[in-house]
Design a protein around this ligand. Structure first.
Ligand code: ASP
Length: 439
């Protein structure tokens, strides 16, 4: 039987009420056999996520300071969930052991270990509540120093989850390196755990349960009632995520993409909603665009030099200056006698002086200038490919709304047109593009 891997994020395990919703979701489809959980998230906007409380606890304990304030919040949250669910999964004992270690021998545990206990305990409680088998991810998810999963790890996971009739619960967010040390992924990393498990067991679908009913075609703070995205391809979501529209960890795409496993973003609080499916490139699309997203905080280094196009190695040497300062670039549109390099403003500011000086000294440009306050807007969709008039429609919409376009970049894949506009014009531009392609 093909199985579904379901990952439930922090808001989905925030309290006992949320655990009950999960039980209903899991039991309503017999294929839902592998459950991955995050640590409990916020129950209201003022609360702190449990993972953050664990970081604060470690910080205080490692300085031998009183850590009882964050620690009691952690302890009480698990005990409250258990007592509200009417279960006794021996979590109190684990918490006592941890507390003693933090007090008497904090050097024996690492930050990653303590923080991983957020998901570990969450999974322990969930497994008891669902009557499922608990499987720890520490011994089965193994990666190298660049967090690349070892091929043997996929086999180990498949073996650990081999009984297709069994329900398994696993903690997200961590695994082990080749030295056998526990390591957490980057923040939001339980999404990655779910994707790895889906790959390892050749899941039919990877369901990622959160607190929104999937993705929208545009940011609802900018566009009123944007249409939901029913389907988005793996490639499109990468382009959209880069410009700020993100509902899941970007590293969770690759393990699913490798086996063409669809990822379904679902809402734990509205399980009746179909959500968004992220999958292989579709044959056809209803609309030319799938989504439009924008991000502020970019700068453009503009370099002008007469006969630049004849100077072999000009671009390479300019980029080498950026490389030596550890500065990556987003886009690099160029003309015959000029090139522009779009970079993240915050990263640029740390090395701005050196970069400007080095480029000036090495390249002798006629003019070099930095333009700050740029936002990049990605208009993304397979529906744009080989379609005449898409760019005309987009730029007409911007012109009609008095938006000055500073950068234009269309990748050769034709699924993304990036426009750079002044930050103040970003919302107006997104709205104009959205309206042009949906109304
Ligand atoms: N609990 C971790 C975090 O807050 C991992 C996750 O929730 O995915 O980042």
């Amino acid at each position: 039987m093909s199985r579904i891997v379901c990952k439930f994020g922090g808001s989905s395990v925030a309290d006992a009420g949320q655990f009950k919703k999960i039980k209903n979701i899991v039991s309503s489809d017999a294929k839902r056999k592998v459950v991955v959980v995050s640590a409990p998230g916020k129950r209201n906007p003022k609360e702190t996520k449990l993972t953050d409380l664990l970081y604060s606890t470690y910080d205080l304990a490692s300085k031998h300071l009183d850590f009882s304030q964050p620690w009691n919040l952690i302890r009480n949250r698990y005990l409250e969930i258990c007592s509200d669910l009417g279960i006794e999964p021996k979590v109190a004992e684990d918490l006592d052991i941890l507390e003693k270690q933090l007090r008497d021998d904090v050097e024996s545990i690492t930050t990653d270990y303590l923080v991983s206990r957020g998901e570990y305990l969450s999974a322990r409680v969930m497994s008891v509540y669902l009557g499922a088998e608990f499987v720890d991810t520490f011994p089965i998810i193994t990666f190298d120093e660049k967090y690349r999963i070892l091929p043997s790890s996929y086999e180990t996971i498949a073996k650990a989850l081999s009984d297709e009739n069994k329900l398994y619960v696993l903690p997200g967010f961590y695994g082990s390196n080749t030295r056998g040390e526990l390591k957490t992924f980057s923040r939001g990393g339980s999404d990655i755990t779910g994707a790895i498990l889906a790959n390892a067991i050749d899941a039919e679908t990877y369901e990622n349960w959160t607190d929104v009913s999937g993705m929208l075609m545009a940011d609802p703070r900018i566009v009123e009632n944007p249409l939901p995205i029913e389907y988005v391809s793996y490639r499109e979501i990468r382009e959209l995520a880069y410009s700020g529209a993100s509902v899941l960890h970007d590293e969770s795409i690759a393990p699913c993409r490798a086996k063409k496993i669809p990822i379904n973003i679902r809402n734990t609080n509205r399980p009746e909603d179909a959500g968004t499916i992220i999958g292989p490139t579709p044959e056809s699309t209803k609309l030319p665009i799938t989504g439009v997203a924008g991000r502020k905080g970019f700068s453009m280094i503009y370099i002008e030099k007469s006969m630049m196009n004849k100077e072999v190695g000009f671009g390479r040497r300019v980029l080498a200056v950026l490389e030596s300062e550890g500065l990556s670039y987003e886009l690099c549109p160029s003309a015959i006698d000029s090139m522009s390099i779009v970079v993240d403003t915050k990263k640029l500011e740390a090395v701005e002086h050196v970069v400007m000086e080095d480029i000036t000294q090495q390249m002798h440009p006629d003019r070099i200038k930095i333009f700050k306050g740029i936002s990049l807007i990605a208009t993304v969709g397979h529906g744009m490919t080989n379609k005449i008039g898409v760019a005309a429609k987009l730029f007409t919409a911007l012109a009609e709304n008095q938006v000055n376009v500073r950068i234009i970049d269309q990748g050769s894949s034709q699924i993304n047109i990036i426009t750079g506009v002044d930050e103040d014009d970003m919302n107006k531009a997104i709205k104009a593009i959205y309206d042009a392609f949906t109304k």
